[in-house]
Structure formats: C-alpha cells, structure tokens
Design a protein around this ligand. Structure first.
Ligand code: FE2
Length: 371
C-alpha cells in the first residue's frame, strides 16, 4: 500500500510568514515608499542610535504583513555585497515557528545549509529565538520563535513613529504567497529541497504548454507547507522564441531570488484604487480581456467596469474565483514586483490569466530592450 501522507507528522510546523526582510541601498527612503505608496505603518527601528553600529533597519506593518528594510552603513559588509550584486531585493523570508531550534535541527539534518544557528535574543520585553537556512540563490529562510515576546518587534529594536507623516493603510492583509525564480534546470532541485528539507508538497504544476505566449515561456510548481499557510511557487525559465521573463530576472538580479510577493486584500477594487492613486504602477491588460470575461469566468459579484478601469483580472477554478493584478517592478532593475490578490474560494493562482498577463509583461520587457 502506498504510504499515506495524512498520517505523516509535520516535522516543520509553520504558523505563517513572520516578516520579509529586504536589503536595500537606502532603507530610509524605501521605508517612505512602503508607507506612502503601499500603506504600511511605521513600527520599529534599529540603527546606530540603538547600538546597532553597522546597519539601519526599519520595520513596517500592515495588518499581518511585516516588512523589514535593512541598509548597510558601510561598504565592506555582506549586506553591501548583496546589494551590489542583486540591487534592492529580498534577503529573507522569515517563517513563524513554535520551536526555532527544532526547525533548524530538522531542516539541517535533512540537508539544508545552515545560515544561522539557533540564537536567543533577549531584552526587558522577553525573548525571541531565531535560526535560519539557505534557500535558492542568496535567499534565506529564518525561523522565528516569539515565545511570550511583547516588545514592539524584536529585541534590539525600538518603537518607530512618524507623528508628522501619517497615511492610511491600503487594505493589504497578509502574505498569500512568495514566488522564487530559479535557474535553468534547477526546478527539480528546489522542488526536492522544499519536499525533503522542509516537508512541503507540490500542489500545482504548470509547464510551458500552459505558460507560453509567443515568447515568454516558463515552468512553475507551487510548493505548500502542511497547513497551507506558506506557499512558495517556483519558476524556471523555458525555451521560447525569445528571452523568458524569468531569464530577464535572472540576468538583472544576477541569480536566483524572489520574483514577487502576493499580498491578499478583502476588497481588491478599493486596494488597487488606493495603490494607484498613491503612485504604484500596474501591468495593464488590453480592453479586449474584459469583452467576454463573464463567459469565461461565469457570474462574479463585482461589476466589470471598475475591474476594466483598474486592469484587475479574474480567474475561476473548481472551488471559486480569484481577482488579481500585478505591479510593474518596484525598482529600476526588472526584478521584484507585487501581486495583489483577492480570493473568493479559489485556491489556485490564476492560470487562466497567464496569457493576457504574459503578453502585458512582454510589452514591458520589449520596451526595456530585453526581449
Ligand atoms: Fe503570484
């Protein structure tokens, strides 16, 4: 009899994404972008004023999404090397666990390369245990155990407020998924890494027959942890007529890394309108996309007109439907971008939108001279 995955105990129980850490050239200005454009609220700070001599870190939060923006203050540092090589980008996807030492032990015993041995950080507000392993490229996964910590973010940080500059949130709620781009022929390596080292399952796969327009081919496999709180789709470029969008990323990021973070909202029309009015730019699908939308996806609760006006796409699966939209890259290198997603039952990733989306992406890629 085939072994049942139901009876298998989850050796790496995850409670969700704790935070996402970016390494950026100027964290103070990046923090302003995430506040003014994306609607994140200032939360915590660590830097020279708090005794951290070489790094400045700004922590922002919106509902259950926490971002840490870190900048090195000196040129000779691993963080400065990371920025030189990759530009601004995501260094760490930190996952919440109940036991960071066990998470480190379970994953390193299964073959993960250690990034950070378990260490306990303490201050007057309690303690946090951190550990970490290397993932694709220079990306790492941290394991965060918060015990009874009741400080503002983590030991070493102080509260950060901007009383003279306050802007409302934009309706972003939690991280839905984080997508990694890996190199040619590397898909299976990383699928195996998430299966064997982290106990994830491959819940969906797309190949180049699903995801190929005239040019921009890719393959994608969605990895999910046991309870589904953490989902990591992985993309690999595929051969097409011209350069794959994943290859463009790999060229400009100088290697593998996080391609996009999808953030969930309960009201995508409100969220996208707010983000647009504050200056975030989105990929625009052609008007023709909306002409037979109802025939393609059936009845939906939203009016088509605001979806068309904002460029929001819709897709349906067996369980319901979803609404989604993708930003343009948020830095000059064509690397990291965001997805805004509202799920109405659907647990898939918008396969029905791939063609329209990739054609929009290719127009942008062509304008950059990278197609
Ligand atoms: Fe996505």
């Amino acid at each position: 009899m085939a072994s049942s995955s139901i009876s298998r105990t989850d050796f790496l129980p995850l409670e969700g994404t704790d935070y996402i850490e970016y390494l950026v050239g100027n964290a103070r200005q990046a923090a302003h972008f995430y506040q003014s454009v994306m609607g994140f609220q200032p939360l915590a700070y660590a830097g020279p004023e708090t005794g951290q001599r070489d790094l400045a870190c700004y922590v922002l939060r919106q509902q259950r999404i926490t971002l840490v923006l870190t900048t090195p203050l000196r040129s000779s540092s691993s963080q400065a090397d990371h920025i030189h090589r990759h530009g601004d980008g995501i260094r760490a996807i930190a996952l919440r666990v109940t036991d960071a030492a066990a998470a480190w032990k379970e994953t390193t015993q299964r073959g993960a390369r250690s990034y950070l041995e378990p260490q306990t950080l303490e201050d007057a507000d309690g303690s946090v245990v951190l550990s970490g392993i290397h993932a694709y490229g220079d990306t790492v996964h941290l394991f965060v155990e918060r015990k009874d910590y009741h400080g503002v973010f983590m030991p070493g940080f102080r509260a950060w407020q901007r009383p003279n500059y306050q802007v409302p949130e934009t309706g972003l709620l939690h991280v839905d998924h984080c997508v990694g781009n890996v190199g040619w022929g590397q898909m299976d390596t990383w699928v195996r890494f998430y299966e064997e080292v982290m106990g994830f399952r491959n819940i969906l796969s797309f190949d180049d027959t699903d995801i190929s327009t005239e040019y921009s081919a890719l393959m994608s496999k969605v990895m999910s942890n046991g309870n589904g709180y953490v989902k990591f789709p992985i993309n690999e470029p595929a051969e097409g007529k011209k350069k794959s969008q994943v290859e463009e990323y790999l060229d400009f990021y100088s290697g593998e890394g996080v391609q996009h973070v999808a953030m969930a909202t309960r009201d995508i029309i409100h969220t996208v309108r707010a983000l647009r009015s504050r200056g975030l730019e989105f990929l625009q699908v052609p008007d023709t996309y909306y002409e037979n939308l109802r025939e393609r996806v059936g009845a939906i609760e939203e009016d088509i007109e605001p979806l068309r006006e904002l460029g929001i796409m819709v897709d349906r699966d067996d369980e319901g439907y979803l609404l989604q939209i993708f930003s343009k890259p948020v830095e000059d290198r064509p690397t990291l971008f965001y997805e805004i997603i509202q799920r109405k039952g659907a647990r898939s990733f918008g396969k029905g939108n791939f063609k329209a989306l990739f054609e929009a992406l290719e127009r942008e890629q062509d304008m950059r001279g990278n197609l």
